[in-house]
Design a protein around this ligand. Sequence first.
Ligand code: MRU
Length: 362
Amino acid sequence: MQTIWLDPKDDSTVWIIDQRALPHQLMHEVLVTYQDAAHAIREMHVRGAPLIGATAAWGLYLAVRQYNPKQDFRSYLEDVIAVLQATRPTAVDLSYALKQASETIYQAPLQDRIEVAKEAAQRFARESAAQCRAIGVHGLPLIQAIAEKKKGEPVNILTHCNAGKLACLDYGTATAPIYLAHEHGIPVHVWVDETRPRNQGARLTAYELAEAGIPHTVIVDNLGGHLMQHGLVDIVFVGTDRTTRKGDVANKIGTYLKALAAHDNQVPFYVGLPTSTIDWSIEDGLREIPIEERGGEEVTHIYGWDDGQTRHVRLTPEKSPGLNYGFDVTPARLVSGLITERGVCEASEQGLLGLFPEETTD
Ligand code: MRU
């Protein structure tokens, strides 16, 4: 399942899956301008930290194609970057991808810039997919160890939001160890948090797992604590949109509550993340991670599939407003470990620097 790709027959066209239509319809959407890419990220046709980064990198490629030589190239591209950057504030992959791609584009001779921008977007996608697979390889032993103790009983894994293939370029972050365990024949069962308000778990994670034939059950967001109290969750895997150098993680709203419940019930709580999701410039997640606030209508209304079409209906009384923060911060102390493409480490500066010594500062 590709989540974003260049049209093999037409270099001016990038394709995405419009994830708003899933799981009931698999709709593809074409992006031809960087404004299309910005719109797709802002309105969540694409979402999930690495995929947001990849879409921004492809947006930059489209922008280089749109460039009018009468403009100053650098200031044109800076404006484009500002537009793409402003689409969603929390996922740091966006700035990471834009920084990586723009640095190589600025260095290239004018006539090569389109090709260089294309290669930069392809490289981000390639590296991100490889990193997700490596996260799976490093996370797999955690599942294997539980499976050995359970002697053939399925390992019950809880996940929140969609940190799967649809959020990434392949494998996913939190789901990568699950996919690998399934490929290795280890019996797993996934508790899928529905993840209100946009229901990425109920719609997207459930869709992915169903397609892959991985046993799973969709649960309301409030059930996780009860399941943990009754020994029905062996391990929690979630993704992150931004991880500080001290190991705090911002992920979809509600992740913090799962971490608290996991801590109280001694259930291991692991976070899967590629390099692009680490923000080395900040330490304190609560104070320094910008938290996206979206429209209250995502809370007061809900989408559903009825009689062959998508319907959008109101849930709440007309006079009741909704408040909609997209993410929360889970402090490092509640995280059992970070699973990166380089291995598993403690959620701390020391742990992260052990895997990424090049980020050490004096
Ligand atoms: O608002 P979304 O759907 O973009 O949020 C996605 C998440 O919170 C994921 O868990 C996160 O991006 C990490 S995934 C690869």
